[in-house]
Design a protein around this ligand. Structure first.
Ligand code: SAH
Length: 355
């Protein structure tokens, strides 16, 4: 039975499902889930991420975290954790660059939060020499300082969508028309988590809420505020998002969200304001948001690109220049992608973030 048949049977039995339930099954169903059953990254896969474009990305993130660790007086031991590490490329590049900072690698305990067995296997190969351990959530980590990386992780978490009514919200649901999956709306209800959105929306507007992302940001903020450390959360999105940003991608091309459940990547833009507020919950972490292009320029990506090009020469010079452009140019990833830094009150923010 295909995932579409399983979803249709479920809807026939107990009624329409939320967008979050649909996303969760499409991405992580143990037999049919998109991430659970394949490595989707790279040219041959469905999409390419920043660390797969160039080693410069992971190197600069690694150096930014190592500098933050120095600024916080070399806390030891600490958890060096990544959420959704993909193939482990970013972390391998980060650790290679941070090896120049004496004591950092020795104090780090590497923890990878990954749900996909296929990607856990890829990470085990890429990071073998760093003895990683895997966890199902941040809550499973021991109480220690936390230095955390998440690139294109929050965009893959199941989110709920709501259409603004006169006084409340109607949740967008997925039901059936014959054998086809279709979008519909539930009845109007109050949604306490969206009360502040009554200010900037009008009836008919659509807003998104990512309960899983908020819970993870709150956990990270609490740990960083209490034990020390920092987080660098990189993703596409805005300070406050409005409208339907759910999208499906297959073979590097956009496809319909309901077309082929489990066979396409499903993501949504990240609402960084919501993450920052969750991370700041009483006694939580401070935050700063900066566009990716500005962040990488401040960390010296141009100098690093020049050094790499000089070392390799020939056709790889053009490759390095193209990667630099893709990661930083405002018309490519430079502006759409943002970096949210979390850090304890009174500590210096990670380098590269706006004041
Ligand atoms: N950070 C990597 C991969 C991004 S793809 C990169 O930049 O290349 C999203 C990653 O998050 C994958 O590793 C996927 O398996 C993982 N992931 C998605 N949802 C998850 C969840 N709920 N729990 C743990 N990992 C998850």
């Amino acid at each position: 039975m295909s995932l579409k048949d399983l979803l249709a049977a479920r809807i026939r039995q107990s009624g329409p499902i939320s967008v979050a339930d649909y996303m969760a099954d499409c991405l992580m169903h143990p037999e049919h889930g998109y991430y659970a059953t394949r490595d989707p990254l790279g040219v041959a896969g469905d999409f390419t991420t920043a660390p797969e474009i160039s080693q410069m990305f992971g190197e600069l993130i690694g150096l930014a975290l190592a500098q933050t660790w120095l600024d916080q007086d070399r806390l030891a031991p600490f958890s060096l954790a990544e959420l959704g590490p993909g193939r482990g490329t970013l972390m391998a590049d980060a650790l290679r660059a941070a090896a120049r900072v004496p004591g950092f690698a020795e104090a780090a305990r590497l923890v990878l939060v990954e749900a996909s067995p296929v990607l856990r296997a890829a990470q085990a190969t890429a990071l073998e020499s760093h003895s990683p351990v895997w966890a199902n959530s941040l809550g499973d980590l021991p109480d220690r300082p936390l230095f955390l990386i998440a690139n294109e992780f929050f965009d893959a978490l199941p989110l709920r969508q709501f259409e603004r009514g006169d006084t409340g919200w109607r949740e967008r649901r997925i039901g059936l028309d014959g054998d086809s999956l279709i979008f519909g709306l539930g009845g109007e209800t109050e949604v306490p988590a969206l009360t502040h959105r009554l200010e900037d929306t009008r009836p008919g507007d659509l807003v998104e809420l990512c309960p899983a992302g908020l819970a993870i940001a709150a956990e990270a903020g609490r740990r960083i505020a209490r034990q020390g450390g920092a987080a660098l959360i990189i993703d596409y999105g805005d300070w406050r998002s409005l409208g339907d940003t759910l999208q499906a991608v297959q073979g590097h091309k956009p496809v319909g969200v309901l077309d082929d459940p489990g066979e396409a990547d499903l993501t949504a833009h990240v609402d960084f304001e919501a993450l920052a507020l969750a991370a700041a919950e009483p006694g939580g972490a401070y935050s700063r948001l900066t566009p990716q292009g500005v962040f990488l320029e401040r960390l010296g990506i141009t100098q690093r690109a020049q050094a790499l090009a000089a070392a390799h020469g020939g056709s790889s010079q053009a490759e390095v220049a193209a990667a630099h452009r893709r990661l930083t140019h405002p018309a490519e990833m430079g502006n759409l992608f943002k970096v949210l830094g979390l850090f304890p009150q009174g500590a210096a923010p990670p380098p590269g973030l706006n004041t």
